[in-house]
Design a protein around this ligand. Structure first.
Ligand SMILES: Cc1cc2nc3c(=O)[nH]c(=O)nc-3n(C[C@H](O)[C@H](O)[C@H](O)COP(=O)(O)OP(=O)(O)OC[C@H]3O[C@@H](n4cnc5c(N)ncnc54)[C@H](O)[C@@H]3O)c2cc1C
Length: 355
C-alpha cells in the first residue's frame, strides 16, 4: 500500500517513521532543506518523552524553572523541566528516523492535488503523478490537503518571534501576562544561552517592538508564522484522506504549542491504519479532550482584564497550589483542573473565568 504524506515537519516525519515499517511510505516536502525556514520557538514540555526519547542532537537548552510575571509585577516561580529544541535539527532528526525506517523523502516537491487513485506533485516546476492509496496532510497551518475535505478555513492567530541578544538566566524561561504587552495572550522569553533567547508574543509588530525595547533586546532574526486555533468540528478524515498536526488544527489554544499533540495524533493515525480503527475517534480520545479544554480556557482568557491576571497569579502563588501546578504539565489540563477545583478560592475563580 502506498501512503503519501505531505509535509516533513515534526508531525509528518513522525507519522512516516511509524508507518514505514509496514507500508511503502513517501514523504513530500516543498522546501529544499527540511526544517527551514523556522517559525517556532521549539519549547517542549517533559511530555516529549511520551512521544520520543529526547536527544542532545537537537536540544539547545533544558530549562528547569518557569517565571510568570503578572501585570502588577508579581512573580510566580514554578519548577518544570522543559526542552528547547533547534527546530531545524529536530525536524531533520525526525526525517532521518523516517528514512532509516524505510520512508522515501522527496524534498523540493510541492503537493498540488489528488485524483481518484493518484496525486500530482511538482518538483522543480516539473509535474509528477504518483499512485496513491492513502493521502496524509501534515502540511501545516495553510494545508492544501485540508482544503480537499473542508469547505471552510480554520481560524488563525499570528505568533511573532525573534532570536535576540540580551542577558538571560539559562535555566529560567519567562512568561509575561499583560494585555498591554500581548492582549489576551502572553509574551515569552526562552533562553538559549546566557546571551541569546527566543522571544515572542501574539500581537501586532508595534506590541513586539515595544516589548523588545522595554527589555533592551537586540534582534538577530525574525521568525513569525500562523498558528491555527483548534477547531473540534474540523474534518480530519474522509475516504482515504487524513489530516494530522497543524493541518488538523491539533494545537493547544492556550499556549499555541502544537508539536506534542500533533505527534500524538500521528501515532493515533498509524495505529488506526494498522488496526483498521476510526482515526478521528482515536485522536479525539487521546488528545482531543485536552485540546477542547485548552480551547475553553482560551475563550475565558481572551476576556481577562489585567486585574484578572493579577488575581490569578496571586491565587496560584500559594505553596499548595504551586505543588499542584508543578505536578502536571500543560499537556494535561484536565488532570490539573480536577485538582485545582478542590482548592476553594481557585475553584471559585475558575468557575467565574470559565463562565
Ligand atoms: C511563533 C511560533 C512559535 C511557536 N512555538 C511553539 C513552541 O514553542 N512549541 C510548540 O510545540 N509549538 C510551537 N509553535 C507551533 C508549532 O510550530 C507547530 O504546531 C508545529 O510546527 C506543527 O508541526 P506540523 O508538522 O504539523 O507542521 P509544520 O511544522 O508547519 O510542517 C508542515 C510542513 O509541510 C510543508 N508543506 C506545506 N505545504 C506543502 C505542500 N503543498 N507540499 C509539500 N510540503 C508542504 C511545510 O514546508 C512544512 O515543512 C509555534 C508556532 C509559531 C508560529
Amino acid at each position: 500500500m502506498r501512503i503519501n504524506i505531505i509535509g516533513a515537519g515534526p508531525v509528518g516525519s513522525h507519522a512516516a517513521y511509524l508507518l514505514a515499517k509496514d507500508h511503502d511510505v513517501h514523504l513530500y516536502e516543498e522546501h529544499k532543506e527540511i526544517g527551514t525556514p523556522i517559525q517556532c520557538t521549539g519549547l517542549l514540555t517533559s511530555s516529549l518523552t511520551e512521544v520520543i526519547k529526547p536527544s542532545h542532537e537537537y536540544i539547545t537548552n533544558i530549562t528547569s524553572n518557569i517565571e510568570i510575571v503578572a501585570p502588577n509585577g508579581q512573580i510566580l516561580n514554578l519548577k518544570a523541566k522543559e526542552y528547547l529544541v533547534n527546530r531545524t535539527l529536530f525536524d531533520q532528526h525526525l526525517a532521518k528516523k523516517a528514512q532509516d525506517a524505510g520512508a522515501t523523502i522527496h524534498t523540493n516537491t510541492r503537493f498540488i492535488t489528488k485524483q481518484n487513485n493518484s496525486i500530482t506533485v511538482r518538483n522543480n516546476n516539473n509535474p509528477q503523478t504518483h499512485k496513491n492509496d492513502i493521502l496524509i496532510g501534515a502540511d501545516g497551518a495553510n494545508s492544501t490537503v485540508a482544503k480537499l475535505i473542508n469547505k471552510t478555513k480554520p481560524k488563525y492567530c499570528v505568533g511573532i518571534q525573534a532570536r535576540v541578544k540580551g542577558t538571560f538566566n539559562p535555566s529560567t524561561y519567562t512568561v509575561y501576562f499583560d494585555n498591554n504587552i500581548s492582549p489576551g495572550f502572553f509574551a515569552w522569553t526562552v533562553p538559549e544561552t546566557k546571551t541569546t533567547a527566543r522571544v515572542g508574543l501574539k500581537g501586532t509588530s508595534t506590541h513586539f517592538e515595544t516589548f523588545l525595547k522595554k527589555h533592551n533586546f537586540t534582534k538577530l532574526e525574525m521568525q513569525a508564522g500562523p498558528i491555527p486555533i483548534y477547531n473540534p468540528n474540523y474534518t480530519t478524515e474522509k475516504h482515504n484522506i487524513f489530516l494530522i498536526g497543524d493541518a488538523a488544527t491539533q494545537v493547544k489554544a492556550t499556549t499555541a504549542g502544537g508539536i506534542i499533540p500533533g505527534m500524538k495524533a500521528a501515532k493515533c493515525l498509524a495505529q488506526a491504519i494498522k488496526t483498521n480503527q476510526n482515526y478521528t475517534k482515536l485522536w479525539k480520545k487521546t488528545v482531543g479532550k485536552d485540546l477542547w479544554l485548552h480551547l475553553k480556557i482560551r475563550h475565558a482568557l481572551n476576556k481577562f482584564s489585567n486585574n484578572d491576571w493579577n488575581t490569578m497569579v496571586m491565587l496560584m502563588n500559594q505553596k499548595k497550589v504551586i505543588g499542584i501546578l508543578q505536578k502536571y504539565d500543560r499537556e494535561k489540563p484536565f488532570k490539573l483542573l480536577k485538582v485545582i477545583l478542590k482548592e476553594p478560592r481557585l475553584a471559585w475563580f475558575a468557575r467565574h473565568a470559565l463562565g
